[in-house]
Design a protein. Structure first.
Length: 195
C-alpha cells in the first residue's frame, strides 16, 4: 500500500468531526448547567419545573451613622440599624462558559521500507573422454548442469498517528435577557431601617 493510499484510508470525518461534536455537546451541557444554576440558586420555588417562584433574597443587617439636628442646630451622629435586601443572583458570578476556539492537530508519520534481493548462478560442466585400445573404440561423455536462484524480499511499514486537540473556553458575556433580569432585580434592592 502506498503512502497516499495509507493517508486516504484514514477516517478524517471521525477524527475531525468527533472532537467538534464533543465540543458542541459540551457547550450544550454548559448552557444547561447555567440554567440549572439560575433556577436552583436564584429562585425559591416548590416546583421549579412549573413555577419559577420568587427570587432568592439575602438580607443584611448593619449599623449606619445617621445625622440629626436638634432644635438648637447641634448635629448628632447616631448609629442606626438598617436592613438591606438583595437578590442573590446580583451578587454571584453566573457561569456562562463559551468555547471560543478549538484547534485540532493531526500528525501522520508513515515509514515504508521495501527491500528486494535477487541472486542467481548457473554452472555447466561438461567433459568428453575418448578411449582407444585393443578392442572397439569406446567413448565416454559426461555432462552436468546446475542452476541456482534465490530471491528474498522485505516489506516493512511503520505507522505513527497522533491527534492533539486544544480547546479554549472563556466566560461569555451575559445574554441580553439575563442582563435585563438582573437590572430588574437590582431595582428591588431595598434599604430600610431595622425595626
Amino acid at each position: 500500500m502506498s503512502i497516499g493510499q495509507e493517508l486516504s484510508s484514514i477516517d478524517f470525518q471521525s477524527m475531525i468531526g468527533g472532537p467538534l461534536n464533543a465540543v458542541i455537546k459540551a457547550q450544550a451541557q454548559s448552557a444547561q448547567t447555567s440554567v440549572d444554576f439560575i433556577k436552583s440558586v436564584g429562585f425559591n420555588a416548590a416546583d421549579a419545573a412549573t413555577d419559577p417562584g420568587k427570587p432568592t433574597m439575602v438580607t443584611f443587617e448593619y449599623d449606619k451613622p445617621v445625622e440629626s439636628k436638634d432644635s438648637e442646630g447641634v448635629i448628632t451622629v447616631t448609629p442606626t440599624p438598617f436592613k438591606l435586601t438583595v437578590p442573590i443572583l446580583t451578587m454571584l458570578p453566573i457561569p456562562f462558559i463559551r468555547v471560543e476556539e478549538v484547534t485540532i492537530d493531526f500528525n501522520a508519520k508513515i515509514n515504508s521500507i521495501v527491500e528486494s534481493t535477487t541472486s542467481s548462478s548457473s554452472e555447466l560442466n561438461a567433459s568428453l573422454a575418448v578411449k582407444g585400445g585393443w578392442g572397439p573404440v569406446s567413448a565416454e561423455l559426461k555432462c552436468s548442469y546446475s542452476n541456482k536462484k534465490s530471491t528474498s524480499a522485505t516489506d516493512k511499514t511503520e505507522r505513527t498517528y497522533s491527534l492533539i486537540i486544544h480547546v479554549r473556553a472563556v466566560q461569555d458575556e451575559l445574554p441580553a435577557g439575563m442582563e435585563k433580569l438582573l437590572g430588574v432585580l437590582e431595582n428591588n434592592i431595598k434599604e430600610v431601617k431595622a425595626a
